[in-house]
Design a protein around this ligand. Structure first.
Ligand SMILES: *[C@@H]1O[C@H](CO)[C@@H](O)[C@H](O)[C@H]1NC(C)=O
Length: 314
């Protein structure tokens, strides 16, 4: 069960996020050495990497023919018209790891449409990590809306503008769960938001409920664009969003067990990683937060008159 590409990818992310290792190793070269020589036998069984064929990894869940997987599974498209939107979900449930998907959003006048792409566990005390793309009139900016639910509690929105036109080409949107420590949203490898584990101050963290990937394209013109002022122009329908290059470098949950080692990865591997982004990625995160963040629940005093949520002070 030891796949070299698995380790390759793992080490790639390792380098991307330049996670510090709790060995006294300083350089990337040494990090790679550690990956290959030391962690290889240990991590080999922790992560499963899934690529490619979208047919293999996703089921279309609604929309009666509005969702398609053409080109032998290389592409997935969702569409929306006046009668219905459409959606899909992953066959697998995931626990930890990094999940990448490339999306190209509804072009032109996409006002009123929402493309949601998220991880969610079932049940009434669910965990959920959301990307939602709120469409706009031609030439006006999309809003990237994010949220984190733990044990059924959300209301942790952060919204961003993007530094590119998300309808002109595919871009990679990733959700990285670093074991039980940290959850990172990133866009083309740039972290835009982190949600840290604040269990020590009583805030549940989405770490133990396996989640499926879900996505849907639907009409939300009662709220999505300029707070609902701009309605969907149905003469532009059908609206289409596209997906490709799915890659899950993650622990898969099946039949009540994780594909990762029988040892709890949270207790075993977390000791090997720093629980923070390195300084380069901290700076990139700050750049996004300074220049593109347009709403942050943590600074919305009006909404939380009794005080902002506790995780905001961490
Ligand atoms: C749409 O464009 C308007 C005007 O530029 C902007 O205020 C708004 O944030 C944009 N995005 C959405 C989803 O409303």
């Amino acid at each position: 069960m030891l796949h070299y590409p698995v380790i390759n990818l793992f080490c790639f992310h390792f380098q991307t996020y330049k996670l510090h290792i709790y060995f006294s190793l300083q350089t990337i070269f040494m990090a790679f050495t550690v990956c290959y020589l030391l962690l290889l036998p240990l991590l080999g069984s922790f992560f499963m990497v899934a690529y490619g064929n979208l047919n293999q990894h996703f089921d279309i869940t609604w929309g009666e023919g509005r969702a398609k997987i053409p080109n032998n599974g290389e592409l997935l498209t969702l569409s929306l018209d006046k009668a219905s939107g459409s959606g899909f979900e992953s066959k697998n449930e995931y626990l930890f790891g990094n999940i990448d998907m490339q999306l190209k959003l509804v072009p032109g006048n996409s006002a009123g449409t929402v493309t949601a792409y998220y991880l969610k566990s079932p049940g009434t005390t669910w965990d959920e990590i959301d990307f939602e793309f709120l469409g706009n009139l031609s030439g006006d900016p999309y809003i990237l809306h994010t949220n984190v639910f733990s044990q059924g509690k959300g209301s942790r929105e952060q919204q961003f503008y993007l530094w590119f036109d998300p309808t002109a080409d595919f871009h990679t949107y990733s959700i990285l769960g670093i074991l039980s420590a940290l959850c990172i949203f990133s866009v083309d490898g740039t972290p835009i938001r982190e949600f840290k584990n604040s269990e020590s101050i009583g805030v549940p963290f989405p770490k133990s409920q396996p989640m499926r990937i879900h996505s849907s394209l639907w009409n939300a013109d009662d709220w999505a664009t300029r707070g609902g002022l701009v309605k969907t122009d149905w003469t532009q329908a059908p609206f289409t969003a596209s997906y490709r290059n799915f890659k899950a470098d993650a622990c898969v949950w099946s039949n009540g067990a994780s594909s990762c080692s029988s040892n709890s990865p949270s207790s075993t591997t977390s000791t090997w990683f720093s629980q923070e982004l390195d300084s380069t990625n901290q700076q990139r995160l700050k750049w996004v937060q300074n220049n593109y963040l347009i709403y942050n629940y943590c600074t919305d005093m009006k909404r939380f008159p009794q005080g902002i949520p506790p995780e905001c002070n961490v």
